[in-house]
Design a protein around this ligand. Sequence first.
Ligand SMILES: Nc1ncnc2c1ncn2[C@@H]1O[C@H](COP(=O)(O)OP(=O)(O)OP(=O)(O)O)[C@@H](O)[C@H]1O
Length: 235
Amino acid sequence: MSEPQSNDVIRAEGLGKTYIEGKLHTPVFDGLEFAVQAGETVAILGASGAGKSTLLHLLGGLDVPTTGEVFVAGQQMSALSNAARGRLRNSALGFIYQFHHLLPEFTALENVMMPVLLAGLPTQEATTRAQTLLESVGLGHRLAHKPGELSGGERQRAAVARALVNTPACVLGDEPTGNLDEKTAATVFAQMLELNRVQATSLVLVTHDRRLARKLDRVLELREGRLHVLAASEV
Ligand SMILES: Nc1ncnc2c1ncn2[C@@H]1O[C@H](COP(=O)(O)OP(=O)(O)OP(=O)(O)O)[C@@H](O)[C@H]1O
């Protein structure tokens, strides 16, 4: 197996996933090759059930591939202990989902501070970073609000801030604006791209939305278990 290129923040080699539950085998894909470089933004399109979320979970170390390997920041995920994999995920990756997954009993500020505290940094540093990021997504006036006291768009903006607060090498987004109306989605998406650009963070975005996909450096389509490169005219 070749060594990951130093510029690849995530690299997947010969990646395969078959869900196995009892006698039921669900093959999703096999032999996928994928890499995202430092600062690059990549969209992954595909029909429902094509395996986009599965791929994102494997890239993020949230699930284990049936075959193949994933390297994150040059580290082979399968060679790490669960604790080390968790630490790498927290420091090198940010996750944004369709539903915010903020913790309901904590304020926006506390939610965004969480990954910094988990990385072992002092409370003061966590507070400063979280506040700065929340301000940059226009939530400086909502720091003390709990998720239930925020609008849908505000919750997603807080989720964007949380994903980026440890200046990860790569953000993995699964339909991060899929639950918002068109106008709010466009605003949240623009803020996410801008923060990614400022931090030179890579982005792998799973989406159904071709208009959003078009704004990224590279567009791939997951179809029949294969990743196809789409030219700009095909998106
Ligand atoms: N835990 C699981 N056990 C068995 N099969 C699964 C499991 N999770 C997903 N699948 C199957 O794997 C295939 C890919 O699912 P996945 O969620 O990755 O698709 P997707 O492209 O993200 O779809 P969507 O756009 O609808 O979210 C689907 O056919 C799904 O039914």
